[in-house]
Design a protein around this ligand. Structure first.
Ligand code: AMP
Length: 189
């Protein structure tokens, strides 16, 4: 039955919480389009486009890219046909302005579930240092955690107010965490 439902999913969580791995598993399971604003920005930076140049400096410093620019990217991406069967937003929204923009874009529909992948700061910091991506300097990691608390954590309330927030323990094997997420998606809210 679940394949006839249009899944409109959001995954929230700090960098290093395991969103990438869980997104892969969810895409496989539900056939939804994976929309990662970080991946889109990194691709633009690698291609050396104007957008990429603007974004790269901010990304390297761990700062957020502007809301208008991000909302433009997401609005465009949501017009692509593969999103009709459902989508999973990863790394977006990150600010209240982005969340408001998303709700406006989706109206009259809503987000079906916002999955808050919960992992302590110490664990995500160690994971990010281990994976050592070019933009994962200790300073940038600390800055991203600070911004997450200030800008993104408050979004939980917006999703909770809409009755779609589920908090999932992000510690454990990928399969364990995936099982918890699937249960949270498929259970009545
Ligand atoms: P991510 O791969 O989601 O961790 O994103 C990597 C970087 O891209 C972030 O540290 C930001 O600089 C930028 N970025 C990605 N998504 C967003 C967003 N929704 N709003 C603002 N900046 C973003």
């Amino acid at each position: 039955m679940s394949d006839i439902i249009t899944r409109r999913l959001v995954i929230l969580g700090k960098q290093g919480a395991g969103k990438g791995t869980q997104c892969e598993l969810l895409v496989e399971r539900y056939g939804v389009a994976h929309i990662s604003t970080g991946d889109i920005l990194r691709a633009a930076a690698a291609a050396g486009t104007e957008l990429g140049r603007q974004a790269k400096e901010l990304m390297d410093a761990g700062e957020l890219v502007g809301d208008e620019l991000i909302l433009g990217i997401v609005a465009q991406r949501l017009t692509e046909p593969d999103t009709a069967a459902g989508f999973l937003l990863d790394g977006f929204p990150r600010t209240e302005a982005q969340a408001d923009g998303l709700f406006a874009l989706l109206a009259p529909h809503s987000v079906e579930r916002a999955i808050d992948l919960d992992v302590p700061d110490e664990v995500v910091t160690q994971r990010m240092l281990d994976r050592s991506r070019a933009d994962d300097t200790p300073e940038a990691i600390a800055r991203r955690l600070e911004l997450y608390e200030a800008e993104t954590a408050p979004l939980r309330k917006l999703f909770a107010d809409r009755g779609v927030l589920v908090t999932v323990d992000g510690l454990g094997t990928p399969a364990q965490v995936h099982g918890r997420i699937v249960a949270a998606i498929e259970e009545a809210p």
